[in-house]
Design a protein around this ligand. Structure first.
Ligand code: UT7
Length: 332
């Protein structure tokens, strides 16, 4: 007799952000900007900056350790580790392997996924698929970024927007008949807009050289206004489509956890979905845009703050370089 499919559940969450906070006023001493400009255009007040010994793997490992602890599990039951990052410690080996070593986990499949700010939703879907094969028990999914290492600290149009940090979740199968868990995903990408937000140098197309360094090619570049318009369009679409596909009305959502890039983007999502902004979980004033770490840090803070309770339906929605985007509905 075949058994009913078991849902993939979030068993625990964790996050880690570096100690050092860099305020908008601090930034105004580095580039020609002001607290007033940054806050009114983005909603960001400060961001965390990793110290020189901290990396995506060390921050990711700490967030992962906290998620495993929160799940009440032992490390030996983690058999998949997936890291979403666009700032890996090094091109290879994967940051996931470095996290595995730091956590002392022995038997796990480890790999990274690069989907920029949508990375956490991408890795949740991939890890869920692995769990549903029945071959794995628990997956540690981590979004971790040291964006300060690829920011051009002479470019005021980008360096004021981003920050460092890591967030994680442990995914595992629920008991048969338990309806809590991931309801659905909707992911997408449009590679024709790859050059809107990218780091051109450092890979095999433009390997590090004296010329590439002098041309500042190894820094993040963004056409902010165009990215803004795309973000408003595709985040709205990803949210509306997943709600429609699952017959869920926006007023059934207890909480929306959006990618934390810009308050104005989130406000437009709020009006498109007819969901009051109070039902969105927001922490971008404290951390800025932490790319793949953004949603899992917010999810962890929302859960720990009691903003999400068992039985609640929540929506995650993200957008980033690639372009990539994604949404997910979860019954907590
Ligand atoms: O995860 C996804 C990643 N990216 C995003 O979500 C970013 C999406 N884009 C945005 O959030 C916004 O486009 C920005 C916040 C980046 C920029 O806001 P904007 O309202 O689109 O401003 P703008 O680029 O049109 O610039 C307006 C003015 C310009 O001066 P002029 O040409 O009007 O004289 C800029 O040079 O503001 C100037 N400016 C600044 N001034 C003070 C640009 N950056 C700064 C700055 N401080 N940091």
């Amino acid at each position: 007799m075949s058994s009913a499919p078991r849902s993939v559940q979030i068993k625990g969450t964790g996050s880690y952000t570096p100690q050092k906070a860099l305020t908008n006023n601090d930034l105004s001493k580095i580039v020609d900007t002001s607290d007033e400009w940054i806050f009114t255009r983005t909603g960001i007040k400060e961001r965390r900056i990793a110290d020189e010994n901290e990396t995506s793997s060390s921050m990711g490992a700490e967030a992962g350790r906290r998620a495993i602890e929160n799940a009440g599990l032992n490390i030996d039951v983690i058999d998949v580790i997936v890291v979403g990052t666009m700032t890996p410690d090094m091109p290879f080996p994967s940051t996931a392997c470095l996290v595995q070593e730091k956590l002392g986990i022995k038997n796990a499949v480890c790999f990274d996924v690069e989907a920029a700010c949508s990375g956490f939703l991408y890795i949740m879907e991939i890890a869920s698929g692995l769990l549903q094969t029945g071959r794995y028990r628990n997956a540690l999914v981590i979004g971790s970024e040291k964006l300060s290492s690829i920011l051009d600290w002479e470019d005021r149009t980008t360096c004021v927007l981003f920050g460092d940090g890591a967030g994680a979740a442990v995914l595992g199968l629920g008991e048969e008949g338990d309806t809590a868990g991931i309801i659905d995903f909707k992911l997408g990408a449009d590679g024709s807009k790859a050059d809107m937000l990218h780091q051109p140098g450092g890979g095999c197309a433009i390997p590090p050289s004296t010329e590439s360094l002098a041309g500042r090619q190894h820094f993040l570049k963004m056409r902010g206004k165009e990215v803004f318009k795309q973000a408003v369009r595709v985040m709205g679409q990803a949210a509306v489509e997943i709600l429609e596909q699952n017959g869920i009305e926006s007023d059934q959502l207890a909480c929306v956890v959006p990618h934390q890039a810009n308050m104005r983007i989130i406000e437009s999502l709020s009006s498109r979905l007819h969901i009051p902004i109070e039902r969105f979980f927001l922490n971008l004033d404290k951390y800025g845009n932490t790319s793949a770490a953004s949603i899992p840090i917010a999810l962890d803070e929302a859960a720990r703050a009691g903003r999400i309770k068992r039985g609640d339906i929540i929506l995650l929605v993200a957008f980033g370089a690639g372009l990539t985007w994604g949404s997910s509905l979860i019954r907590w």
